[in-house]
Design a protein. Structure first.
Length: 149
């Protein structure tokens, strides 16, 4: 049975591809053996948490107790309710719209206050005590009490 010219060409092409594949395999094997040992692949972390190729110095080693490691948010200690009460002065108040701002006596920060949080008539420059609460748009004053002069 006679083979066609096309069949012979396909067979030659397959043999050529096999030969090229075997050569590439040998080439990769030779290049892989030179210089890629375990030490060249190792990476170390220094005392600052950076990756380096040099092993850490044993004299700089620090012992850390497992109890000292905090994972997540640190525990919040209960505060005395009297420490939560803040003092300030009403710096601005719009009676038509029912809101204003209190200037904190310690931090000089402006805190939003709504008329519903105030117990009594409000005037600008009135001294007040309040509790600070975090709202969706920032700090809010709640439980606002007017101080008697």
């Amino acid at each position: 049975m006679a083979e066609s010219w096309n069949k012979k060409e396909r067979e030659k092409k397959k043999q050529q591809q096999k030969k090229e594949k075997a050569e590439k395999k040998l080439e990769r094997k030779d290049s892989n053996q030179s210089g890629n040992n375990l030490d060249s692949m190792m990476a170390y972390i220094d005392e600052n948490g950076n990756i380096s190729s040099v092993p850490p110095d044993p004299s700089r080693k620090r012992e850390i107790k497992a109890e000292d490691i905090e994972i997540g948010v640190p525990r919040h200690e209960d505060q005395d309710p009297e420490d939560l009460v803040r003092r300030g002065t009403i710096s601005f108040f719009n009676h038509e719209k029912g809101y204003g701002f209190i200037k904190d006596a310690d931090t000089q920060e402006s805190i939003f206050v709504h008329i519903n949080a105030v117990d009594g008539p409000v005037q600008e420059q009135t001294k007040v005590t309040y509790l600070r609460e975090h709202g969706p748009k920032g700090a809010n004053a709640v439980n606002v009490k007017i101080q008697k002069a």
